[in-house]
Every structure is written in structure tokens, then in C-alpha cells.
Design a protein around this ligand. Structure first.
Ligand code: PMV
Length: 326
């Protein structure tokens, strides 16, 4: 068979990834820990057709922008290099959430593309090898290969063979709810790759961010292992705001927030002051993701819905691993 369809879920990092130790192999400067989200998915079909020629990519039913097509094509060439073929690929990909607005669409996109593409090419890669492949598309993509709580390893080898993801805890072991307050549907202005390289080049806080990551990762592993929700939440917010401090100290400053982003942060702090366990995290975009326990999810959703500038609120549980569709 030369075609395969795979589905992968988006993920959000609790301990964030920001910075690369090698841009060409896309090796992260820091490890990270994430949650895979049930409701936000990318479904991708890859078909290899005999003969050379341009790869085709459609996104949500329309031809993709040339930049996105070339990025996918470069990634597919890594798969072609593994099989020694030169076949062109036709790729159809659909997201059920806004693309490029800080909902980690590149993670689910490259996890689904790595899985569907490698299988369509006749490869049956180990989960580690699949992670190493997915990482070369997007640094957060290996995390979307697994369900529940996932750790992405920074690794130290120059060839990147130890920079892959591993599951920490299955999604049904400790059910949590994530609410996504959508404050803008527009594509973000600065993508994560160029943002990370600007931070590395100009932010006086970037090295401190990298240096502190091992202790943040260790604390988060421990909080997850002991199911300490308040500790997970506190560490999540600390990592998010530390990353945004690094972004803000970049020149020119990387400011991904909108007024509604800050309003939503405030609303969650108010909720917490009234005894509701809820914690925010924000990626390279304006959406606010709120982590809470399922019992409190409806109360948090209602509260966020009324924040001025919040367009809509998505509610999701924890998702499973990426998988091939029949
Ligand atoms: O995988 P990338 O290149 O889209 O980088 C993701 C970076 C953040 O979303 C800001 C943080 C993270 O760990 O997901």
C-alpha cells in the first residue's frame, strides 16, 4: 500500500520548549513536558505516486500556501531519503481547530504527517524513530505521538538520536480538563522557529531560561507522579510566564498576547482566589489554555465565556496517541 491516513492530537506544554541547540536537525535546547488534547486533531492522508514532481498539499480542503507546502515537502524528503525513493506525494490535511494561532497546530500536523507518511512509504518505525522523524518537522510534534502526559527529551548527541518523546502517564490515569479561550483566529505574526532564534540571539534571559529547565522538568515529573494538581498548575504557570519573559526580552520583543489574553489570565486568577483550582498556560499565540479538574470545568468555561474579547471557549479532556486510520 502506498497511501495511509493518520490522526494526531494537538498538545500543550506544561513545561515549555523555547530554543534550539541545532537549527538544521531541529534539536531542542530544552526538554519539555506536555498534555495531549483529545478534542483538537489533525487528520492527514499521504499518498506516494510513482515518479518525480512537485508534492501537493491541501489544508482544510484548499491548496496550502507555498511556504507550508515547501515545509511539508522538505519533511517528506526525509522520508524519501529513508526509503531511497523519489516518488512525489499528495497530502490532504484537515484540522478541527484554527491553524497557526498558538494552538500547537504544527505539533499535530507533523505527528500525523510523520505517521501517515512513513507508513505510506512502507516503513514501520519504532516510536522512538518516529519521534526523531517528527521532531525534524516541528520540535513539539514528537509529543503528539503519545497520549496523556508526555516528556520530550532534549538529548545531548549531535546527531539528535536521543531527542525524542516518551509517555509519562496515560490519559485515563489522571483525567484533567483543558479549556481553550480563543481570543483571535488570525495567524500569528512570528513563527516559533524565527522567534526562538531571535530569543537566542538577543534575549539576555535566554541562557537563564535554558539553565533552569532541568530543575523545572524534575519538579514537574514529581508533581505528576504524585498527582499533585496544585503543584502541576503552579509549575505550569511559572514555566509559561518565564518563557514569555524570555520572549518579551527579545529584540524586537515577541509579544503574542492580545488584551483579551490578559483579561483571561486575570479571570483565572480571580477564579482561583475564590477557591477554583485553575491555571493558565499560553504558547506563541494569543489563546489562553486553562488547566482544571473535570469537576470545575463547567464553572471555568462559563467564567471564561464572559471575558471581554474571548471569542469562544473549547473544552477538552486528555487525548490518546496518534494512530493510523483504517
Ligand atoms: O514545535 P514548535 O516549533 O511549534 O514550537 C512550540 C513552541 C511553544 O508552543 C511556544 C512551546 C511548546 O513547548 O509547545
Amino acid at each position: 500500500m502506498n497511501a495511509c491516513t493518520a490522526i494526531a492530537h494537538a498538545n500543550i506544554a506544561l513545561i515549555k520548549y523555547w530554543g534550539k541547540r541545532d537549527a538544521s536537525l531541529n534539536l531542542p535546547a530544552v526538554g519539555s513536558i506536555s498534555l495531549t488534547l483529545e478534542g483538537l486533531t489533525t487528520t492527514t492522508r499521504v499518498e506516494f505516486l510513482p515518479g518525480a514532481g512537485d508534492d501537493v498539499l491541501t489544508l482544510n480542503g484548499a491548496p496550502a500556501a507555498e511556504g507550508a507546502r515547501l515545509r511539508a515537502s522538505r519533511f517528506l524528503s526525509r522520508i524519501r531519503a529513508l526509503t531511497g525513493t523519489n516518488d512525489r506525494a499528495v497530502v490532504h490535511s484537515t484540522n478541527d481547530f484554527p491553524t497557526g494561532a498558538g494552538l500547537a497546530s504544527s505539533a499535530s500536523a507533523f505527528a500525523a504527517l510523520a505517521l501517515a507518511g512513513s507508513r505510506a512509504a512502507g516503513l514501520d518505525l519504532s516510536s522512538r524513530a518516529l519521534g526523531i522523524l517528527a521532531r525534524q518537522g516541528s520540535g513539539s510534534a514528537p509529543r503528539s505521538l503519545f497520549g496523556g502526559f508526555v516528556e520530550m527529551h532534549r538529548g545531548s548527541r549531535a546527531d539528535g538520536d536521543d531527542a525524542y518523546a516518551e509517555p509519562l502517564l496515560a490519559p485515563d490515569v489522571w483525567p484533567l480538563t483543558v479549556l481553550v479561550a480563543v481570543t483571535s483566529e488570525h495567524e500569528k505574526a512570528t513563527g516559533s522557529t524565527s522567534g526562538m532564534s531571535s530569543s537566542a540571539a538577543t534575549s539576555p534571559y535566554h541562557q537563564a531560561w535554558i539553565d533552569q529547565q532541568p530543575s523545572d522538568l524534575a519538579a514537574m515529573r514529581e508533581a505528576i507522579a504524585s498527582r499533585d494538581f496544585a503543584r502541576v498548575g503552579e509549575l505550569t504557570e511559572a514555566s509559561c510566564f518565564k518563557m514569555h519573559a524570555d520572549m518579551l526580552a527579545t529584540r524586537p520583543a515577541l509579544l503574542y498576547w492580545k488584551p483579551a489574553t490578559i483579561a483571561a489570565i486575570d479571570a483565572v486568577r480571580d477564579l482561583r482566589a475564590s477557591g477554583v483550582p485553575a491555571y493558565v498556560t499560553i504558547d506563541a499565540g494569543p489563546q489562553v489554555k486553562v488547566l482544571t479538574l473535570p469537576f470545575h470545568a463547567e464553572r471555568v468555561r462559563e467564567h471564561l465565556q464572559h471575558v471581554p474579547g474571548v471569542l469562544r471557549v473549547l473544552t477538552t479532556g486528555l487525548g490518546g496517541a496518534a494512530r493510523v486510520l483504517p
